[in-house]
Write a protein that binds this ligand. Structure first.
Ligand code: DGL
Length: 243
């Protein structure tokens, strides 16, 4: 029986987890929302390494046998600086693989400032698809807007402002932050092209459990439960951990 630790700074990883729960109903998960450190995408590599290695150690102590980085930002960290205590699955390459059977020549990647700065999406996309143009845009406000459930109209104005110049010029858009699918309808309103994210990726889970899912947050459990019930229309009961 194996429990998978799923790690993100908050709601974004929950969106991915909701998809995983549907596809792998007998898998046990321990979801870790590191909301006290949100947004990850505005932090430095040194800060993130320290936070992530501490979280991995905690998840191991709770019996996780592997960890899914349900967060593009921490997937962009230098792997040699990440704890080797547990096997880690990352989501950026599987996200990019969805482009392989698509007729695309220009791709817009929207992600956190950290992910964009690391250039990991263009690197992986160019490894998979030689002749494509990749543009990357950082959206420093969007993780917080999703966490705070900012009004759609305000978010749409910001997206239009930052991404308007790419409308009509790209063949596909990648949402390179797990928070962004919460507002994928706004990206689709702006762009008339396919929008990809990490929710469709294939993950291989070999041993199954009982379908037990636990939730923890490093900030207020009450607020996290409310955010989840608003967004997913299901009630969860998380607990707060202090690390
Ligand atoms: N959801 C995460 C990602 O995919 C992190 C967002 C953040 O905390 O900045 O990058």
């Amino acid at each position: 029986m194996s429990k998978i630790g799923v790690l993100d700074s908050g709601i974004g990883g929950m969106i991915l987890l909701e998809h995983l729960k549907e596809r792998y109903p007998m898998q046990d998960f321990l979801f870790f929302a590191d909301q006290i450190h949100s947004p990850y995408g505005s932090k430095s590599e040194d800060e993130l390494i320290e936070i992530v290695n501490r979280n991995i150690a905690w998840l191991k102590m709770q019996g996780a046998e592997s960890i899914l980085f349900a967060c593009n930002t921490i997937c962009a960290l230098n792997p040699s600086r990440i704890s080797k205590d547990l096997p880690i699955q990352r989501i950026i390459e599987p996200t990019c693989r969805q482009l392989l059977d698509q007729d695309v020549h220009s791709i817009l990647v929207c992600a956190t400032p950290f992910t964009v700065k690391k250039g990991i999406y263009p690197e992986i996309i160019h490894r998979l698809l030689k002749e494509v143009e990749v543009e990357s845009v950082a959206l420093p406000y969007l993780c917080r807007d999703v966490e705070e459930m900012t009004d759609d109209r305000l978010v749409f104005e910001k997206l239009k402002n930052d991404l308007g110049q790419y409308v009509g010029k790209m063949d596909a858009v990648i949402l390179g932050c797990t928070h962004y699918p919460a507002v994928s309808h706004l990206f689709k309103q702006l762009f008339d092209v396919p929008v990809f994210d990490s929710n469709g990726i294939e993950l291989v889970y070999s041993s199954l459990g009982t379908g037990n899912v636990q939730y923890v947050t490093t900030d207020s459990a009450e607020i996290f439960d409310k955010q989840c019930s608003k967004l997913f229309k299901t009630d969860i009961h998380s607990s707060k951990v202090e690390l």
